[in-house]
Write a protein that binds this ligand. Sequence first.
Ligand code: FAD
Length: 328
Amino acid sequence: MKVIDIIKEAEAAGRCRFAFELLPPLKGDDITTLFATVDRLKRFDPAYINVTYHREDVKYVERPDGLLERRIASKRPGTVAISAAIQARYGIEVVPHLICGGFSAYDTEDALIDLNFMGINNVLALRGDTLRGEHSFRPTQGGHSHADELVSQIVAMNQGRMLDAEVDSVHPTDFCIGVAGYPEKHAEAPNAVCDIERLKRKVDTGADYIVTQMFFDNGKYFDFVERCRKAGIAVPIIPALKPFSTLRQLAVLPQTFHVDIPEELARRVERCTDNAQVRKVGVEWAVEQCRELKEAGAPVIHFYTMGKADNIENIAEAVFGEPQIQKR
Ligand code: FAD
């Protein structure tokens, strides 16, 4: 089933569904930890599971002659295979992330063909982050510079157009396309208005729905949705949350994700003396956020797990554990 249909079904039923994101294991780890996470969370009837994509990482290794050797390797490969394995094992819809960074348009086409053959019809189309050590995003030769170009390629395949017209008749794909949106603005956008105009471009190109960057202040999300609607963006905007879990995140999350930590949350975290207490505060805060988002009619709440399931399980228990209440 397509994610957009799951969202519409939840909206029509007045339901709020649970969805979460998984990271592929680090190279060398096996898939059982990932399955264990799904085993813990599947009782909350996830609407779908996202699987992140991690582009190659740059590493400098000192050689015996003292010179540094630049090595490029992927730390978390396997997104496509993991997505297929989860969908086959659990029968839950999966949403593999596809990124522009590190991919030529031909690589992307091959990945989409693989997904299509495996019966995966949902993708989240992203630009991807800048390669470590680079100041700005550089597309791979023959690759896309922005997510809207990736959306355009997927839409073309849905319309039966491949990059090269090598075959007379192309079987069209049927991908449902999600894209990312930033309630607190993407770090590289010159201003919030411009960022929303670019988001609208992704939607006008063919994205079916938007998933947000994490936020800790629901007011920022509600304001973002209002600004999107005013700008003519009509597709669903799925809120995404990440529970606070370590003291270090007070500095790391704003720095990495360009999000504000509300004063009250920062105070509660600062009063903690260890990370176990922070995790408790993080769960309580996320539960408060979820209750308000649910009340406001969010059809799905998406959770960034960052590979840790226990706090997500606690939140889901509090928010989605009780029987779903029909609003209408
Ligand atoms: P874009 O939409 O291309 O936007 C990037 C910047 O360029 C923005 O500042 C935007 O305003 C601007 N822009 C957009 N279009 C244009 C245009 N046509 N011309 C000029 N400027 C433009 N990263 C990963 O590497 N792997 C993942 O799995 C992953 N999952 C994510 C999931 C979610 C829900 C979110 C919110 C982010 C995720 N990211 C992931 C991070 C994401 O790749 C980065 O935030 C990245 O910097 C931007 O990606 P984007 O798709 O929003 O890019």
